[in-house]
Design a protein around this ligand. Structure first.
Ligand SMILES: Nc1ncnc2c1ncn2[C@@H]1O[C@H](COP(=O)(O)OP(=O)(O)OP(=O)(O)O)[C@@H](O)[C@H]1O
Ligand SMILES: [Mg+2]
Length: 455
């Protein structure tokens, strides 16, 4: 019996989905916005989330990121209007399982939900096996970029120097932060992580420094902050550029003095903590915009580590593919799947906006959803979620709708000639050469199509 959480601000959609899914014998919970949804996840066991991409307050993308961060194995299906289809595609790249387009079709809902639940169950069955075979924190890559990073890590791991890791989303910043801790003298101490972006500003201070009982309305018990919990270990301040300026001021003081007070207490607490920070924002730009304190930046940036995007280290793509193919192999008795040479070419040319995370999700899906042992180009394209043209309404063929082949050919020819003429500044002989026809022939066509010669 699986439980599904529906997060949508429209009561109508919540009711419809509840009815449909309950008929299919699922247990359904509902939430009207992201915050409510996230608090339900904290308290209840949920097997699948259906999430509206367009939500008030906290947007669907942010809710998705938080779910994927806190519950990486929980699958999320996105609901999107036709106008937000780009967002839905982005969501899938961020790890959403699939999306449903409004108006919702009964059949599609049932298929997508049952696929997602099946995927989730298969994953759970495999997790324990995989964990015993693979250390999830192995860093794969032999590109120059990755080699340089290893050098930095080895040079600085033993010292307590603060490290600032920058890089696009999904490049492996968190993975590196954990590696730094493992290679440091603090490896036997705690590794404590704070995601500064996910915690509302009003709670961040208490999260970092702790509070005494009764210091504010919801402070029902005394609580240690992350700085204290990381004593003798490493404190990983993730998404640091998303902290408010007032929180930055407090963090600056705490890391300068290694001393702070719990909220509601006068007593200073001293700790011994190594700071590793990370951000996917352009921090120089944030400083220029006045969003990030320059003094805090200099404090944190003692050892800078920049993780290049996957498209800047294409030689790692094949290694990562092979690694994840082994990691997600569903059947340990058979060899891992492989990608055909044509398929590999697609993967090499693909820009990977979601970087290694996107590649990892892609290989995981292929392993669970296909039976092919050699993955062909078509399957690769399908699972990359490249929307087939025509479906998103912006196909370049739409303008030929309703024409006969001859008419369409002529319309295309006219456009094509005009483009070439424009590119050549309406110089007939150059354009003719570019088009591979005789100038006299081009003259004839210009007349035939009534193309205006601009100078
Ligand atoms: N070089 C790598 N080798 C193996 N796995 C990797 C590598 N880089 C990233 N990963 C995997 O990709 C996923 C994303 O990595 P991680 O969470 O560290 O990225 P991030 O840079 O912190 O992303 P974000 O900016 O979105 O927080 C993780 O599952 C991680 O294990
Ligand atoms: Mg991260």
């Amino acid at each position: 019996m699986s439980t599904i959480l529906v997060i949508d601000d429209e009561p109508g959609i919540r009711t419809v989905l509840t009815d449909i899914l309950e008929d299919e014998k699922y247990t359904v919970l509902t939430a009207g916005d992201g915050f409510e949804g996230l608090s339900i996840l904290k308290e209840q066991n949920v097997d699948l989330v259906i999430l509206d991409i367009w939500l008030p307050n906290m947007g669907g993308i942010d809710v998705l990121k938080e779910i994927k961060h806190d519950y990486p194995d929980l699958e999320v299906v996105i609901i999107s209007g036709h106008a937000n289809i780009d967002l839905a595609v982005k969501a899938v790249k961020l790890g959403a399982f699939d999306f449903l387009e409004k108006p919702l079709s009964l059949e599609k809902i049932i298929t997508v939900v049952s696929n997602a639940i099946k995927f989730e169950t298969l994953k759970k069955e495999n997790i324990s096996l995989k964990d015993s075979l693979f250390m999830d924190d192995k860093i794969i890559g032999e590109s120059e970029g990755i080699k340089k990073i290893w050098e930095r890590i080895h040079q600085s791991a033993a010292s307590d120097a603060k490290i600032l890791i920058t890089g696009d989303n999904g490049t492996g910043k968190e993975l590196l932060a954990r590696a730094i801790h493992r290679f440091s003298n603090r490896a036997s101490g705690p590794f404590v992580e704070v995601n500064c972006a996910a915690i509302p500003d009003t709670l961040l201070e208490s999260e970092l420094f702790g509070h005494e009982k009764g210091s504010f309305t919801s402070a029902i018990a005394r609580r240690k902050g992350k700085f204290e919990l990381a004593h003798k270990g490493t404190l990983f301040l993730d998404e640091i550029a998303d902290m408010s300026l007032s929180a930055q001021a407090k963090v600056l003081r705490a890391i300068q003095e290694m001393k702070f007070e719990r909220i509601g207490s006068e007593k200073s607490i001293s700790v011994d903590v190594r700071i590793v920070a990370a951000t996917n924002k352009d921090i120089q730009e944030e400083i220029a915009q006045g969003n990030f304190r320059e003094d805090l930046f200099y404090r944190l940036n003692v050892v800078p580590i920049h993780v290049p995007s996957l498209k800047e280290r294409k030689e790692d793509i094949k290694l990562l593919v092979d690694y994840f193919m082994k990691r997600f192999n569903q059947n340990p008795d058979t060899a891992p799947k492989a990608i055909s040479p044509e398929g590999m070419k697609i993967l090499n040319d693909y820009p990977w906006p979601g970087n290694v995370r996107e590649l990892k999700n892609f290989i995981e899906r292929i392993n669970i959803m296909t039976d092919e042992n050699i993955i062909e180009k078509e399957t690769v394209l399908y699972f990359l979620n490249e929307i087939p043209s025509g479906q998103n309404g912006s196909s370049h063929l739409d303008e030929y709708e309703g024409m006969k082949l001859n008419e369409a050919k002529e319309a295309f020819e006219r456009e094509f000639l005009i483009r070439s003429l424009e590119e050549c500044g309406y110089n007939i002989s150059r354009a003719a050469e570019q088009l591979g026809i005789y100038p006299s022939n081009l003259h004839g066509k210009i007349k035939k199509f009534g193309i205006e010669i601009k100078k």
